[in-house]
Design a protein. Structure first.
Length: 213
């Protein structure tokens, strides 16, 4: 990704995206085929929610780390992060995501593992991505533990998000690693939905009643 004045250029060669920041909303001047197929990524890129790697590549179909996801969520939600934030985990003290992790944990959006570890560079699993979005809707840890415990609970969480049209299309396994494209689409859908936590459970209650008839 290159910045040229008020223009951001993603990629190189024939396939690139050029967007003019002076236009509101940003005007996409040219787009590669992959970008046309993922307008969600374009919007999040223009809004500064996602960015490219050191080589200017978005790497949409590569696994995404827990730290990357936390940073994306913080930017999407407009959280102010303090570079001097209190460190919460032993393995984030010198990590670039420390402030984002501290904010996300404080908001109850994500948690760590045992022994005070967050594992910021570990890949995020699909089921972890579901729970992050579920919590963004306002579900507390107590609420999740009470209503959606275990494997069956993850199916319920998946059901809620699917019928709220938050989940991307396609079939994925809950314990496989999430790729960046999947998380981008989920976050985009969350940002554009009018659904509330009450709506998610109301939709699922109807489905349960129908299945019992």
């Amino acid at each position: 990704m290159q910045i040229n004045g008020d223009t951001v250029i993603l990629g190189d060669g024939v396939n690139f995206i050029e967007a003019d920041y002076e236009k509101t909303p940003c005007e996409i001047k040219e787009a590669a085929d992959f970008a046309k197929g993922c307008p969600e990524a374009i919007e999040l890129l223009v809004k500064g929610i996602i960015n490219g790697d050191e080589n200017g590549n978005l790497r949409l179909f590569a696994p995404i780390t827990r730290a990357e996801v936390v940073a994306m969520i913080a930017r999407a939600e407009g959280w102010s992060v303090d570079s001097d934030a209190r460190n919460v985990f032993s393995d984030t003290e010198n990590h670039w995501s420390k402030a984002y992790v501290s904010k996300a944990v404080g908001r109850g959006i994500i948690s760590g593992y045992g022994d005070s570890m967050f594992m910021p560079d570990a890949y995020l699993r699909i089921d972890e991505a579901w729970l992050i979005i579920f919590r963004l809707f306002g579900a507390s840890e107590e609420f999740i533990n009470e209503n959606s415990p275990g494997i069956e609970g993850m199916r319920i969480v998946n059901n809620h998000l699917f019928h709220a049209k938050i989940l991307p299309t396609g079939s994925v396994g809950s314990v496989q690693n999430a790729v960046k494209d999947y998380v981008v689409r989920m976050l985009y859908n969350y940002m554009h939905t009018d659904a509330t936590m009450e709506d998610l459970y109301a939709k699922n209650d109807v489905l349960v009643e129908q299945s019992l008839d």
